[in-house]
Design a binder for this molecule. Sequence first.
Ligand code: ZN
Length: 318
Amino acid sequence: MGSMKKYSIGIDLGGTKILTGLVDITCGKVVYHIKKKTKKEKGAENIVRKMLSSIQELFEETKVERDEIGSIGIAAAGQIDRENGIILSAPNLDCFDLHIREILESEFEIPVHLANDVEAATLGEMKFGAGKGVDDLVCVFVGTGVGSCIVKDGKILRGATGTAGEIGHIIVDLNGRPCACGAHGCLEAYASRSAIEKRIEGALKKGRFSVISEYLEEGKSITSSMIRKSIEREDELVTHYVDEAAEYLSGGLASVINLINPKLIILGGGLIEAVDYFYKKTIKEAKLKCLPVPATKIEFRKTALGDFSGVIGAAYLA
Ligand SMILES: [Zn+2]
């Protein structure tokens, strides 16, 4: 055994921001964090530069020494090669074949681990959030897409190619809407924030009325908080499409409950966090749609670590 290190650095590399945190691994607390936007400047060079400067800043601001850091963990939105520490494809960041472990290890001489964002967020929630003390659970995140991660006997289920848990691509309509993955009728095309956004935009274009128009800005997309505000004002159009999304998501969750029989489903992501109406409706319907026996044991919770679940989970990657 080497000497115990008190801290790890967790980095959540998302489509719109890089969140870097210094995590006290004795208790899971984020001691200090830095957020950098990735909206305009993407591409491997920009992403690497921002990650390096975030870590530098972290050292300067906290005065923590390099030898107090056990590891750097990265949670990346996209396809990754865990073993070799490579981000294979992250279209949201315009990054392909990025050998991120090699770059960070040679710069800081600290071991670097890589995981996908959903897996890291699940690990965070499992250790210190809504899943604390539960061994069989499924974490589902609803935002731009619908992602999930399955935990069985306290371990993350990865599958033969490390891609298990793609709830977003459960097919809910054989002749349904096209999905970004190339298939038709995937859950993600019905139950994500982007799916709701598309439906609302389509209806507005056809001249339908909605109070959401008051919040819209030219060239900007519909956010979860705009959806919340419209529902609070009992807007008929927005409520209709959110109901529709809840209808599909609850069907997807019922399938997961029947197939995996977990004790707990943790729901998170922008849409769930912002729109409580959507959360409540989804879980109520999921319980009605799944088989009666697993329905007796299933419990639902919202994520508890918010924006930091990925950073915290990444800090514990090994
Ligand atoms: Zn799909």
